[in-house]
Write a protein that binds this ligand. Structure first.
Ligand SMILES: C[S@@+](CC[C@H](N)C(=O)[O-])C[C@H]1O[C@@H](n2cnc3c(N)ncnc32)[C@H](O)[C@@H]1O
Length: 282
């Protein structure tokens, strides 16, 4: 089979699975399998694939046609210009989370940070890459997610600067009081009642524990705010991603004691996305 022939077969398979950009995704699968850039595909459309390569590509397209996330099918995804290993058990990093990284970097130059709910490790790795003298602690309750984070830390040689911990309650972290310069988190924030209405790629494949934020979507934030009051040093920041304005407004109203609400930053679509507090007492 030539590149052009397999490209047609893959596109048909993906279209049958109701994938919107079937031809585009067929090209991505081909580039992934062959290790080529996209323009190479068009310049080499008569290149013969081995039967093994064709079989592998068909198998990948079938998975995608069953609405498995493209990132899981490829086994990697790009975030903040960094390629990260991802797969079942680990949330696919979203482009909107890059805004959280931007906000976190705007108030953190060096010191110790905590990434709560690290998933693939995307936020911690982006921050550590941009702040070479910083050290971090990346925590998740899910061992499956931590396995991907571990792979990614190894890939970017960050094991000496980022510790990976498994924990489900931020108040149980074995940290000294007032020892952190930054806490950053993209916690699960989808209200439980909305989970079923998500697109199949998300509702059928991504881990529920990475999505389900409880009845109002805010379950994970309350202990995190309490822990931030304990573990942030004076002048340290807490930056969290939120789902919408309603959540941002509700979080703003929570009496955090020592934390001072600083700002709510909206994304390019105008949706409030990141809430920022600063520890102002002591
Ligand atoms: C929305 S995902 C974010 C993953 C990653 N930080 C990102 O931005 O792509 C939330 C993460 O929090 C983790 N998580 C959920 N509940 C948790 C808890 N109680 N303690 C620690 N981690 C938790 C999930 O396993 C998941 O990896």
């Amino acid at each position: 089979m030539t590149v052009a022939e397999i490209r047609r077969s893959l596109t048909t398979l993906l279209r049958d699975g109701k994938i919107d950009n079937a031809a585009f995704e067929a090209d991505l699968l081909l580039c992934h399998e062959l290790g080529w850039k996209k323009d190479h595909l068009f310049l080499n459309s008569e290149y013969p694939l081995s039967p093994h390569q064709a079989e592998r590509l068909i198998a990948l397209a079938r998975r995608r046609a069953n609405r498995e996330p493209l990132a899981y099918v490829l086994g990697e995804w790009e975030f903040w210009g960094i390629t990260l290993a991802v797969g079942p058990g680990c949330l696919v990093p979203r482009p909107e989370t890059e805004l959280l990284v931007e906000v976190a970097l705007s108030c953190f130059e060096e010191g110790l940070f905590l990434d709560w709910g690290t998933g693939s490790g995307c936020i911690a790795i982006a921050i550590a890459t941009e702040r070479p003298s910083a050290r971090g602690i990346a925590v998740d309750a899910s061992s499956r997610a931590l396995a991907f984070a571990r792979q990614n830390l190894l890939r970017y040689r960050l094991f000496d600067r980022i510790a990976l911990w498994r924990e489900s309650d931020p108040l149980h972290l074995l940290l000294d009081c007032a020892s952190l310069d930054l806490i950053v988190s993209n916690p699960p924030y989808i209200p439980t009642g909305k989970l079923k209405g998500l697109m199949p790629e998300v509702s059928l494949y991504e881990p529920k524990e990475a999505l389900d934020g409880g009845e109002d979507g805010l379950t994970a934030y309350r202990p995190l705010l309490r822990a931030s009051s304990r573990f942030l040093r004076r002048g340290g920041f807490l930056a969290v991603e939120v789902g919408d304005k309603e959540q941002a407004d509700a979080l703003r109203e929570i009496d955090t004691g020592v934390l001072e609400f600083v700002d709510c930053v909206s994304d390019y679509a105008g949706v409030p996305r990141v809430c920022l507090w600063r520890r102002a007492d002591l």
